[in-house]
Design a protein around this ligand. Structure first.
Ligand SMILES: [Fe+2]
Ligand SMILES: [Fe+2]
Length: 246
């Protein structure tokens, strides 16, 4: 009995995480309105905030001429989670969202958006390599700062262009049913890149606040968002707390 409950819970966790990598959630997509662009806006906010948080944390360390060693592990977890979600979100777009777009709109040209993904990935990969050291130096933090800055510049351009393309071109061509089907495909995809859930899930939830968080987590089981993540998993993610809106 215990095993089957655990299995059910872990399945629900992974389905939830998968759905959070989507540009829209099931409940949003089944209604009327700009479902796709609203969902895209939310996951893009999750990806945008940590770039600013990372930059300001490093700026603080540089101005004090001292690494905040006490929070380095939490910063590491936070930046690693950002890179995981970045890769996961873009992979889902490359493999599922963009092909749907191309299938739906003949002669559509997504080459610019795809190229931007390709430019962003090596940068985030380098950030990950530089952050994952035990004893960081100020020199390394300076390098990470410049990579974060470069990533942010490219990301802001990409985010704005992608949101405009989706809202103006793709969204009007998709019915609610098509959005739901797309949602399911992306959910399954998201499950494979959401490890460790104990860090990724709080990272996704606590980089949003207010209505955005409420909307983003509306499909999550109550017990997961109100008990498991904030209480049971807290010891796993609390090192990231200084960087989150928890
Ligand atoms: Fe995106
Ligand atoms: Fe993208």
């Amino acid at each position: 009995m215990k095993i089957s409950r655990r299995k059910m819970l872990s399945q629900s966790v992974y389905l939830t995480i998968g759905s959070l990598f989507l540009p829209f959630s099931t409940s949003i997509a089944s209604g009327k309105g700009k479902h796709l662009s609203k969902g895209l806006d939310l996951i893009h906010k999750v990806l945008s905030r940590p770039l600013d948080v990372g930059l300001s944390h490093i700026d603080k360390c540089l101005s004090l001429n001292k690494i905040d060693i006490q929070n380095h592990d939490g910063f590491k977890d936070y930046i690693n989670s950002l890179v995981t979600v970045f890769f996961g979100h873009h992979h889902g777009e490359d493999e599922i969202l963009f092909p749907t777009f191309e299938d739906k709109i003949k002669n559509s040209d997504l080459s610019k958006l795809k190229k931007q993904h390709k430019e962003l990935h090596p940068l985030t990969e380098q950030i990950k390599n530089r952050i994952n050291v035990k004893n960081p130096t100020l020199g390394e933090y300076r390098e990470i700062r410049s990579l974060l800055k470069e990533t942010k510049n490219l990301w802001v351009k990409h985010r704005n262009e992608e949101e405009e393309t989706v809202e103006l071109n793709l969204e009007p061509t998709l019915s609610s049913k098509e959005q739901l089907e797309l949602n399911e495909k992306l959910s399954k995809h998201g499950q494979s890149i959401s490890e460790p859930a104990t860090l990724i899930l709080p990272f996704l939830i606590y980089n949003l606040e207010g209505n955005d968080r409420h909307e983003f987590t509306s499909d999550m089981p109550w017990i997961l968002k109100n008990f498991i993540v904030p209480t049971i998993w807290k010891s796993k993610w609390e090192k990231m707390k200084p960087f989150l809106l928890a």
